[in-house]
Design a protein. Structure first.
Length: 444
């Protein structure tokens, strides 16, 4: 096991990683910006390294400074969490050059999976189901229209280097291609420095389902699925699991493990799919890192995924076989974002009062406390509330109780929206697609 690990992140995930490292006997170091100098992850660390930049984001995105800090304190490894540098292949390559372990997959694997076109090819070759579409970048509207005619409308244009739904455009007829293609290419160039785009069949009435995988570079196992269809602007709000029948879980789980093994994946990964109204699955992407919603899987399997990812990075082989992974009960996670619950506008500010619930089956991952200054320059996630119960119905009832016991004074949050969703008839009936929020405009 590593003696000292540098955390290159902030907020609740930095605190979650810190706890895992301490449990494993590692010293905890963290690099931080000015806005986080009094935060809990920094205060609870063994070594805190300030990296103040005029642009707050640069405190966490300047990977040369991160590597310099790791070398200065003698950290053997760096944990990126999610966001920031977690999927930056150039950063991982620099870690490899400096002999510092990156807690995650190799730079080559991240490069492969970060290219949606190449990832699509690799997963299709490994036996995963993919939607019909282009196998190469599409440059012109005439080329796009030819492909769309072959696979059938509607289609969706995606950035090859994309993520977070940035730039995606749905096209219903040929006349829309000129403007949609130009817009997607422009946004891809601006956001990712790569204007390549490709086309896929648009899956109407789709559900978003993802599988949690752990691999050691040779073998892979999965920990079941999470249901993530309640989203706004492609950002997840509420996640839960399990969702599938044991038979479907076994079938798709075997395929994702084959996909991970085919690329020599090492560490935690999430394989994301869309499932259409007839139950067919279509591969979306692989997230090569710990996910925000990993907590759902931890609650229903009883395994500490963050610690497992660290152990794999330290050189251990998989400590379980697939047959040893069991799923029990049901878990729901609500993301408590500091946002206006109607318009989703960020709501930074000081927390004048702060109380989170506890009790049987209740877990809260947060860096918030009384007096915490929620900055406006970072992601608005303030806390993650997770409830486990033997059944989905019991988990929903438990989450309603937990939300009603939560006190956050000083910022707006999306708690009112979560409360309404948990009582909404379509949600209760599991009649949910990725258009749920748009299809229920009057929730609040």
């Amino acid at each position: 096991m590593f003696e000292r690990v540098l955390i290159a992140n902030r907020g609740e995930i930095a605190l979650r990683i810190s706890r895992a490292l301490r449990t494993l006997g590692c010293e905890v170091a963290i690099i931080h910006g000015r806005e986080d100098r009094l935060s809990l992850p920094v205060r609870f660390s063994d070594i805190a390294i300030p990296n103040y930049s005029a642009n707050p984001l640069d405190s966490y995105l300047d990977y040369e400074k991160v590597i310099e800090a790791a070398k200065e304190i003698g950290a053997q490894a760096i944990h990126p969490g999610y966001g920031f540098l977690a999927e930056n292949a150039d950063f991982v390559r620099r870690c490899e050059e400096e002999g510092i372990t990156f807690i995650g997959p190799s730079s080559d694997v991240i490069s492969l999976l970060g290219d949606k076109i190449e990832a699509r090819k690799a997963m299709e070759a490994a036996g995963l189901p993919v939607a019909k579409g282009s196998s190469e970048p599409v440059a012109s509207s005439s080329e796009a229209a030819t492909i769309a005619t072959e696979i059938g409308y509607p289609v969706i244009i995606k950035a090859a280097a994309g993520g977070g739904g940035i730039g995606m455009q749905i096209v219903h007829q040929e006349s829309e291609f000129d403007s949609a293609l130009n817009l997607c290419q422009s946004r891809a160039r601006s956001a990712f420095g790569d204007e390549r785009v490709f086309i896929e069949k648009y899956i109407e009435g789709a559900q978003h389902i993802e599988f949690q995988v752990l691999a050691d570079g040779k073998n892979a196992i999965h920990f079941g699925e999470r249901f993530c269809s309640i989203q706004r602007r492609h950002q997840k709000l509420l996640e839960e699991g399990p969702w599938l029948s044991p038979e479907v879980r076994e079938e798709i789980g075997a395929r994702v493990c084959a996909g991970a093994e085919a690329v020599g994946y090492k560490g935690l990964a999430t394989f994301e799919f869309l499932r259409d109204s007839s139950g067919e699955f279509y591969f979306l992407e692989v997230n090569p890192r710990v996910q925000v919603e990993h907590t759902v899987t931890e609650m229903i399997t009883g395994h500490d995924l963050v610690s497992l990812g660290i152990r794999i990075a330290a050189g251990e082989s998989l400590p379980f076989t697939q047959d040893e992974i069991e799923i029990s009960g049901h878990a729901i996670q609500c993301r408590i974002n500091a946002e206006d619950p109607v318009n989703f506008v960020p709501s930074p500010g000081r927390l004048w009062d702060c109380h989170f619930p506890a009790g049987f089956g209740v877990r809260v991952d947060t860096h918030a406390h009384v007096g915490y200054e929620m900055p406006g320059c970072f992601d608005s996630l303030l806390a993650k509330m997770i409830v486990w119960a033997p059944t989905r119905e019991d988990a929903i009832a438990g989450m309603k109780t937990a939300l009603s016991e939560t006190v956050l004074v000083g910022v707006d949050t999306v708690i009112p929206l979560h409360k309404v969703i948990l009582s909404e008839p379509d949600y209760l009936a599991r009649d949910i697609t990725i258009q749920y929020i748009e299809e229920h405009p009057n929730l609040l």
